[in-house]
Write a protein that binds this ligand. Structure first.
Ligand code: ATP
Length: 239
């Protein structure tokens, strides 16, 4: 499904990622964990074309997508729900969702029924249905986070990248976000997840990679990393 090999990327003169190799198999949830500044968000940005890889390869279903512009990456079926709730503030909730399907409609992937997909998003996030005509910029932070996830799902993604989907949310909403991630997993949505709540991420993931200073330090089945005392002490704060 997603095969990343020797990926290096950074900003200006600074190289942040130094040759990452990892895979996300079809239908699985893979999580990247690591301390602040390890390069998790940078990895997501490099995968979705927001920044250009400097070396290495990124293959989605065998096709090289490294170096494509982000809108072309989206057309191949990689959806990125970025850190920090990027929604179109002056458009309604409904229009934000509809726009999420746009790269699919202009690409070579199956077009499908956008109205049915929007219904599915509203079923997952009933709050968005209640607010369908409201301007996205006036939603609460948690609602914007849900809209960002809902919009990413409108792509019917081959793979969904979720960067800190619970950031800034009240505890009840954090639970809600993890409930939705579990439900998507049951529906066999392939996901790459970055989360501040590493224990919760390991609880839902199949496999995990630990990033340290832009390199993969450990990897293994999520359950195994969750029980590893060294990993717990270093990255999970015992929590
Ligand atoms: P966190 O858990 O704090 O979000 P992270 O693992 O996601 O951390 P990144 O956001 O990928 O880490 O940052 C990795 C490194 O890249 C950091 O040293 C950061 O300062 C740097 N960096 C991130 N974004 C930029 C940018 N736009 N320009 C320059 N440097 C950046």
């Amino acid at each position: 499904m997603l095969d990343v090999s020797g990926l290096s990327a950074g900003y200006g003169q600074i190289e942040v990622l130094h040759g990452l190799t990892f895979t996300v198999p079809k239908g699985q949830v893979v999580t990247l964990i690591g301390s602040n500044g390890a390069g998790k968000t940078t990895t997501m940005r490099a995968l979705s074309g927001m920044i250009k890889p400097r070396a290495g390869s990124i293959k989605l279903n065998g096709r090289e997508i490294g170096g494509l512009e982000s809108h072309d990456v989206a057309r191949t079926g990689l959806a990125h729900s970025p850190e920090g709730r990027r929604v179109f503030p002056t458009l309604s909730v409904e229009d934000n969702l509809t726009l999420g399907a746009f790269p699919r409609l202009t690409g070579s992937r199956p077009k499908g029924d956008v109205n049915a997909d929007r219904e599915r998003a509203y079923t997952l996030f009933p709050r968005l249905r209640e607010r369908r005509t409201q301007l996205a910029g006036t939603l609460s932070g948690g609602e914007q986070q849900m809209l960002a996830m809902g919009r990413a799902l409108m792509l019917r993604p081959e793979i969904l990248l979720l960067d800190e989907p619970s950031m800034g949310l009240a505890p009840k909403l954090v639970e809600e976000v993890f409930r939705i991630i579990r439900r998507l997993k049951e529906e066999q949505v392939t996901m790459l997840l970055v989360e501040q709540f590493a224990m919760a991420a390991l609880g839902v993931a199949d496999h995990a990679y630990v990033l340290e200073n832009g390199r993969i330090r450990f990897q293994g089945p999520a359950a195994q990393l969750r029980d590893d005392p060294q990993v717990r002490a270093a990255y999970l704060g015992g929590g």
